[in-house]
Design a binder for this molecule. Sequence first.
Ligand code: SF4
Length: 647
Amino acid sequence: MTYGWTGKRLRVNLSSGEIKIESIDPAYRKKWLGGRGFNSALLYDEVGPETGPFDADNRLIFGVGPLTGTFAPSSGRTTVTAKSPMGSPPGFGDSNMGGHWGPELKYAGFDQLVIEGKAAQPVYLWIHNDRVEIRDAGHLWGKQVPEADALLKEELNNAEIHAAVIGPAGENLVRYACIMNDVYRAAGRSGMGAVMGSKNLKAIAVRGTNPVQLARPDEFFEVCARARERLKQDIMAQMLHDQGTWMLTMPANYEQGWFCWQNFQQGYHPDAKLLSGENHRDNFLAHREGCFACSISCGRFSKIAKGKYAGEITGGPEYETLTAIGPRMGILDPGAVIHNNKLVNELGLDSCSCGGAIAWAMECWEKGLLGPEDTGGLELEWGNQDLIEELIEMIAYRKGFGEVLAEGSFRAAEHFGRGEDYTMTVKGHDMSQDDPRGLGFAFGIGFATGRRGGDHLQGLPCLELTGGLYPGLVKDILGTSEAGDRLSTIKKPEMEMFHEDLKAVGDSLTQCSFTHSWSFAVLLKDMAEQLSAATGIDYDPGELLKTGGRIVHLERAYWNRLLVGRMEDKNPKRFTQEPMPGGPNKGTVFPEDELLPRYYQVRGWDEETGFPLPETLQEYQLDNLMEELEPYRRQYREKVRVGKSCE
Ligand code: SF4
């Protein structure tokens, strides 16, 4: 009997039509945990440096974990992984989605779904327990997400199914197309929807009815009930329930100064309170909604009562989206923000990269680097809501100027040969709406070194943001409470490393970060207890954290094989060279040159190349990578030498 995991991987080849069920052996499960860990290991093994993101040989991988589908709090998430079309060069990509799709895959009997090959014409996948069919999707192709989802449920005559669907953006290979499930839950980052579109795969509908077997059910119930009770009493969990992630607007703007205004030109706006959690709750909240087994329920449905969009009801948005398709482009009207969120979700676009591309173009227009001859006559003024609506649609269908923006801001700047300094990207991937000049310096380390380019989810080091609300916690973990100061450099590399490893564990189990890395109601020891009782294998917290570290090193090695390392670990220049111009953090820059060398030391990465050192690989039981990485390390040293001689 297999406990916790199902021990099975479903593999579907869309070129040949072959469908296989493979075993995931116990040693592999222990080494990689599940979810993100399973996916990263498979991507490393099966998608090498020579494979392009839109090649049939790329894999699109969905992974769930040993806690998925159980009573463990907030444990219903799913990681989607592939070689990403967003990076420059295209590199590691993954995204984590909530909703109910992941538990359904688990109940169908699988820990992992691997899609390979490319269908000759549009298809969808129907997984009903161990009955798996590749079906024609000609009638769904071209449909937006809600319509495709409704048609699938009607056709399969089953309202209980959960479907992961791409919109027109994915079909049109917009590099930052996302995958939506349950219509409003997104695997947003890294262009996973574009990879799905490149395989001519419109949707994956799942229905499962098998139970998850638990090794020690009474003990499991008890440890989960304890964690749920702590979440119930927890101040951060209560705030998330009350206001959703909109709760961030007020502190981000008025206290901490990292509110993203007009492509990060400012970290503060006097009217940001229009987008406050209170304003949303009191005037725009339709109802709250949680992912599977969640005792927080940060999800929102929003309704617009007045103005141009009166009568619209839609899922979301959460904080990153509301700032991406609002203030990042100069919009503060909550109705416009909610409407733009509806548009990007239904067309299947990642809000962060979509907002990033439009905001980049607007700043280039402001600075005279783009003109009407470049934009097809469009005038890219900040905050022009009619224009933004038009651009979002043009991007999804790759029409006119939208064709260039569909490539992302980094490639758009390359296309024009202008505006590179205003692309807010890391490794070619647009930043989420988070500015380390105010958010915190551990976050800044994660932005520079992130496994999929710049975003806050590399580590989510909230010890420096919310850790102070938990007496003694920062000191217990890092040996000094001074590390809890956002803009101190003390122990920030150690803090970022701790959170990166912890997040890799959470994403692999799969337990929502809001339980353990924003709220700290669920600690590492709780995760170890839940995992041990579920699987019957006794884990200690230290061993679990080490497993998270192994996953982080492997993902780093994926980039290193592409000759990406130390030289590419850099935040957008704005963060390191332009002092914050106003607001609570006026004058602050992110001290990258001080913190990155210290981070490499703490992480056990070679300071010259940013590759994991051989002894680090050995320590984390990645001996097989030691020999493999050496030729790449030598080539990268040469790249560094040539780079230095050109300076
Ligand atoms: S806290 Fe929010 S994102 Fe996390 S599982 Fe619950 S509803 Fe989903």
